[in-house]
Design a binder for this molecule. Sequence first.
Ligand code: NAG
Length: 405
Amino acid sequence: MLLVCALSFFGANAEIKISIPVGKFFTYELMRETFQNDFEPLSKLYAGHLYNDPMIFKCNKQNFPDLPEWLRFTQRHPYDNGFLYGTPTSPGKSIIEIYAINKRNYETVRHLLVIQILAEKLLPYQAEFFIKLREIEKVLPSSVQDDIKQDLQNLWKTKDLEVVNMTNALDRGGRVPLPLAGHFEGVYVKVGSKQYFSDCLLRVMTSEHQRQCTAGAKVKVPGGCNFCRHPSNCITWCKTELIDLTKQEPAPPAPTMTSGILVDGGDLNPPESPPSRDYLPDYIVTVIVPLILAIILCLLLVYIMFGRREGVAKRNAKTDQIQLHHHHTIHGNTDELRSMAGNRSVPPPLSTLPMFNSRTGERVPPLQSDSPTLPLIMAQHDPYSDTLPSEEEFSTEANRQKDQH
Ligand SMILES: *[C@@H]1O[C@H](CO)[C@@H](O)[C@H](O)[C@H]1NC(C)=O
């Protein structure tokens, strides 16, 4: 209340001073109402009402781009209040700049928050609880914090209890929940006290409880230890952790500072150069061997490609005369078909004529010859014609191809 009063008193250049002790949880609520007053101070007077503008906040340590390490900021929605929260770990002074940006008219106001952190001893007995059905923005308002604190005071059986830390479970590796009713991000709450843990808390340490938790069974709240009055403030027993700072080992001593000049260690004694190494075997393995292999492969390829090739003349000599003639005929016909396909007005193919010389197109009377070079032409007159593929058969084949063209 005091803060709010001070804020409205100082107006746009408000500078708020706060003193907080080390090791205790600190929350500062950025009230949209206060900033709204700064944006249009006279609107209440003239319009008779205050606007309810959406606003966002930008917070940083003065002259720095970000907040101090221990301080965090959160605001769920431009129509919600923002929160600065965290636990200071070392004494000192932090000046926080808070810029509020009005998302309706894009006006900006700046507030300064001067936080004086005072040294104080840490609370020796601490415990961390997980509240599953909460979100960080919902537990930061002081009324909710007090509710949670009261429940934990009852659990600890002492009034001497302080909140030490509150953390969004998402900052600790939690998962973003489904956007459905009944799914929450979860909050870790750490409290501390000068008084030793109560019996209820010590049950967390029993091996039976830990065994149940690792087995994943639904662990019941130990009898008589259920102190949550509001269902959403109930803790998850299996994620409870007790921290006894009195038993912790002292931190290792800080390194001693010296003048920064090295002590004199005598003359410089440079290390000797390493013994020379024989690189020849490496060279042979990496260069010569692959090179030889490449040359052998090359020679092999050359032999296959050129040495073992038989010439056309040799092949022709080996081939039957009949077969060779047949082969040439096929070639001739193919050429003829090709040239016919090239242009439209061509004389009818020679093979459609009753009898012709396949090369000249000249009609000749059938020859009576035993020459093996012309057997197909004489097929109709040859007594052995049945044993040979006839010219006719071939020319009908050619005709068919032509018709297709
Ligand atoms: C509080 O919680 C935050 C987030 O887990 C952590 O970084 C920080 O060290 C905690 N502070 C203390 C004093 O435990």
